[in-house]
Write a protein that binds this ligand. Structure first.
Ligand SMILES: [Zn+2]
Length: 263
């Protein structure tokens, strides 16, 4: 429903990453699956989760006697294991083992190194397309006898930087993740509780805003987004106020907000 509300294009969603099987993290999935069906989706949909989600979803199909007209491919995550679960030309996705009441993994999204970009101002008129392609691949261009015609670095400018994003929810305070998420551009970390409810965080294996900020600081990330706030707080200023003295570049990831990671 929220995806519809914020006009996300569901046709562009081909991979869905579910951290764990507490209801607030996957109960919206059935609605999305059937919306995609009604929208006449034909592409496969890949869903990554810990064990059980395939059973939950197929049981619903079975008893409602309705199956989507596209294929769903389930990928099971390994417990407590860091693994690359998706890779294409542009990005990799790896799991971040988290500490929660049930099996739970965060996800680290990393762009791969990008090619140098063509410097359009330097390209002579009539430049061959195949030479353009070679420059994009990072090659120098030689003539038939092997003499240098165009040196790559003279006609290209440095590549855009590769960005990274880590999603860590739900989890207790967990220093073990720091090494894996070191230097990411953006970290989403749950901050279910504030300091006065620290004992509840411990009991339910969630984090406080201070703990999330401490992870962000130790991992030296670019930006911290806090989320998964307990419904007990009507006002979220306290959550932010507890985090910013520890990690300045912090924001609340409120419903409907978008954050851009600069290239
Ligand atoms: Zn949970």
């Amino acid at each position: 429903m929220q995806l519809m509300r914020y006009q996300a294009n569901t046709h562009r969603i081909n991979h869905i990453f579910i951290s764990h099987l507490h209801g607030d993290h996957y109960l919206g999935l059935m609605g999305l699956i059937f919306t995609m069906h009604l929208q006449r989706r034909t592409n496969d949909l890949h869903i990554y989760s810990h064990r059980g989600l395939d059973e939950i979803i197929t049981t619903q199909f079975k008893y409602s006697r309705s199956w989507p007209n596209y294929k769903i491919v389930f990928h099971r995550l390994e417990k407590d294991k860091r693994e690359i679960i998706f890779e294409d030309d542009a990005v990799t996705v790896e799991t971040i083992p988290l500490k929660h009441k049930i099996r739970c993994s965060g996800f680290l999204f990393k762009e791969k190194p990008k090619p140098r970009r063509i410097d359009k101002d330097k390209i002579p008129a009539g430049f061959l397309l195949q030479n353009m392609a070679a420059l994009k691949r990072g090659e120098d261009i030689l003539d038939e006898s092997g003499n240098l015609l165009y040196k790559n670095t003279d006609y290209t400018i440095p590549a855009r930087r590769s960005r990274s994003y880590a999603y860590c929810s739900d989890t207790a305070y967990l220093e073990r993740m720091i090494e894996q998420i070191k230097g990411v551009d953006c970290l989403y970390h749950e901050a279910t509780f504030i300091l006065e409810d620290e004992s509840k965080a411990l009991e339910t294996q969630h984090s406080t805003a201070q703990q999330a900020a401490s992870i962000a600081r130790q991992a030296n990330v670019g930006k911290l987004l806090l989320g998964h706030f307990s419904a007990r707080y009507k006002e979220l200023t306290e959550v932010l106020n507890e985090a910013t003295p520890i990690f300045t570049n912090t924001a609340l990831a409120l419903e409907g907000e978008t954050f851009t990671i600069a290239e």
